[in-house]
Design a protein around this ligand. Structure first.
Ligand code: AMP
Length: 191
């Protein structure tokens, strides 16, 4: 099994570009944000707990997302690997992922990072709010908190994966098609 991570700040285009990678390698796309939004939509206790944090632009507890990921690793069998989108988001989650994979005789294959500047994050998320109607896209205060959370908790993962020799970064600016071509070229070079 291959375990790819699609990395980048909120609004970098991870969800949009995931299909380029899943179809190329027969991967299951796993977005922890989407899984959490499904819990919220179903009104589960976990969803109710998560909504307060998500709407404030904060992260949900590591154990919650780690549990979701582990259960998918154990149940999804009809693919050649996973594309993790929005996970890991903290060093603790990255360490938990390494442990989960070690227990399954596997390891992270590569991290594909889409990078955009903070100003672009705002523009992209404001545009998406109008189309997708995500509650956490609607308020500037929430977006600012998500950007701050990214810099504080998630950005340190760049060094974590760079040190492991697994980090590859792509310019996330430009059209969807331009970014897609950059990802494809990168994936070909990783082979
Ligand atoms: P996303 O769709 O990836 O932007 O995630 C939306 C929100 O869900 C984030 O702002 C967090 O509040 C929460 N979330 C998603 N993935 C994680 C994660 N791996 N760890 C903690 N919180 C997460």
């Amino acid at each position: 099994m291959k375990y790819y991570i699609l990395f980048g700040p909120p609004g970098a285009g991870k969800g949009t570009q995931a299909a380029t990678m899943t179809s190329k390698y027969n991967l299951r796309h796993v977005s922890t944000g989407e899984l959490l939004r499904a819990e919220i939509a179903q009104g589960t206790p976990l969803g109710k707990q998560a909504k307060v944090l998500i709407d404030a632009g904060q992260l949900v507890p590591d154990e919650v997302v780690e549990g979701m990921i582990a259960s998918l690793f154990d149940t999804v069998k009809d693919v050649d690997g996973f594309l993790l989108d929005g996970f890991p988001r903290t060093i603790a989650q990255a360490q938990a992922l390494d442990k989960m994979l070690q227990e399954r005789n596997a390891q992270v294959t590569s991290v594909v990072s889409l990078m955009i500047p903070d100003e672009t994050i705002f523009e992209r998320i404001r545009g998406r709010a109008a189309i997708e109607g995500r509650a956490d896209d609607a308020s500037d205060a929430t977006i600012s908190n998500r950007i701050a959370t990214y810099h504080e908790k998630t950005e340190p993962l760049i060094e974590y994966y760079r040190a492991a020799g697994k980090y590859a970064e792509i310019d996330g600016l430009g059209t969807i098609e331009q970014v897609r071509e950059r990802i494809s070229a990168l994936l070909d070079s990783l082979k």
